[in-house]
Design a protein around this ligand. Structure first.
Ligand code: AMP
Length: 419
């Protein structure tokens, strides 16, 4: 048997209503903040992600699905969407049409990570990007949107962590100080962190190694190296969050190693999903648009993992969505009359009713079983004696009442189904 590839998952019809529900909240919330959906291709030139995410990152160095296509071009399945959105923004000169562009997206991403609960190789993210403004209100807006979506789902066990990375010149000074500090502990660092000491020293904060964590606890903090402008930016983000009644903690270990990240970074974690607890993450990236060949414009955004969010909902036992129901099941009593049943079905479906009927020449009993399985609100019996008078019988499955309806009076039938 051919099975789905490790780390990928089928979303079966029995689960789809949860996805529709989440997607509808995402679309509604982002539309309220006036973000417009953008849909970019699933695959792009490898260079886009190598430059846009950064050669030194785990994603680019170990996780991308990269292959040569038949013309020998290096193609990558998108591991995230910020780089693609920025590419589209530059390619279509969108800054000329509008000075601030606010985008959102929903779709699958691909990373060759070790699969485990909450970590897949094809997974879905929604996210937003605001390109063209350095206003700290937008940094806060990303957090407010993400938080509001998660709370509207009913999630409770959430923690918002924020930090500020300042600007590259401040980080340079800080990185040297951090290295000075780490030199005294170098021999105790894990092998991975020893490597990061030279390639990307900030990322030692991401280490899960107990001894590294202990050493980093006493390390100098980036926040103490920020100048007034950066500190003010961070203050506005914090006060905006407070005004929006969002609790947060400042977590100085929340770093991103690349130069084009600036100012705010944030993460929202859930206490309900085990080790893969980050539901979403984001931040400001004022150097990225220029890095990818566009103008020197600022940007800020976030991405959230949909499988993880749904897992958190399941573990908190929320999202008790109403059972699927259909408006009508048509039971054909006499198979020779199935054309009449079908004609009624088409007519009602064209009037937006959810209607099902038998396609397997089943017995009346089996058709009734189907009607129950689909939670039909009404059942229509076609082909009994009353058909001699051009009538069918409509049964209300909730109160058990039934009545005859003339086939020439489809409007009455529609009216009854709408009751
Ligand atoms: P990132 O783009 O790495 O900042 O991730 C943003 C969010 O996407 C994370 O907080 C997760 O919720 C989700 N995510 C990232 N990688 C995966 C994965 N391999 N499987 C499932 N969700 C993921």
């Amino acid at each position: 048997m051919i099975k789905a590839i490790t780390g990928t998952k089928d979303i079966l019809p029995s689960e789809i209503s949860k996805w529709y529900f989440l997607e509808s909240i995402v679309k509604k919330k982002l539309s309220n903040f006036n973000y417009k959906e953008i849909r970019t291709p699933i695959f792009e030139n490898t260079t886009l992600f190598a430059r846009g995410i950064g050669e030194g990152t785990d994603i680019v160095s170990k996780e991308m699905y990269t292959f040569l296509d038949r013309s020998g071009e290096s193609i990558t399945l998108r591991p995230e969407l910020t780089a693609s959105v920025v590419r589209a923004f530059i390619e279509h000169s969108l800054e000329k049409k509008q000075s601030l562009n606010k985008f959102f997206y929903i779709g699958p991403m691909f990373r060759q990570e070790r699969p485990q609960a909450g970590r897949y190789r094809q997974f879905h993210q929604f996210g937003a990007e605001a390109l063209g403004s350095n206003d700290p209100l937008l940094d806060a807006e990303m957090i407010i949107i993400a938080y509001d979506i998660l709370s509207e789902l009913g999630l409770k066990n959430l923690e918002v962590k924020i930090n500020s990375l300042g600007v590259p010149s401040e980080r340079e000074v800080y990185k040297n100080e951090l290295k000075e500090y780490l030199k005294n502990h170098f021999s105790k660092l894990s092998e991975e962190s020893k490597k990061r000491f030279n390639t990307n020293v900030l990322r030692i904060f991401d280490s899960k190694d107990e001894r590294d964590i202990e050493i980093m606890k006493k390390a100098p903090l980036l926040i103490n190296y920020l100048n007034e402008e950066s500190l003010n930016h961070f203050e506005v983000v914090k006060s905006t969050l407070k005004n929006a009644k969002i609790n947060f903690v400042v977590d100085s270990s929340l770093v991103r190693g690349l130069d084009y990240y600036t100012h705010t970074t944030f993460e929202i974690v859930s206490g309900s999903v085990g080790s893969q607890s980050a539901l979403c993450g984001g931040g400001r990236y004022n150097g990225l648009i220029k890095e990818l060949g566009g103008s020197d414009l600022p940007g800020v955004g976030f991405a959230a993992g949909m499988e993880r969010i749904l897992l958190a909902c399941e573990n908190e036992n929320i999202l008790n969505l109403p059972e699927d129901k259909i408006d009508l099941y048509i039971v054909t009593l006499d198979k020779s009359k199935s054309d009449i049943s079908y004609k009624i079905a088409v007519e009602l479906r064209r009037k937006n009713k959810i209607v099902e009927l038998d396609y397997l020449s089943r017995s009346v009993k089996a058709q009734m079983r189907e009607a129950n399985k689909f939670n039909a609100k009404f059942v229509l019996f076609v082909g009994g004696e009353e058909l001699n008078n051009n009538e069918v019988i409509l049964k209300n499955m909730i109160d058990g009442t039934q009545e005859n309806i003339s086939l020439s009076d489809i409007d009455k039938l529609l009216y009854k189904l709408g009751e």
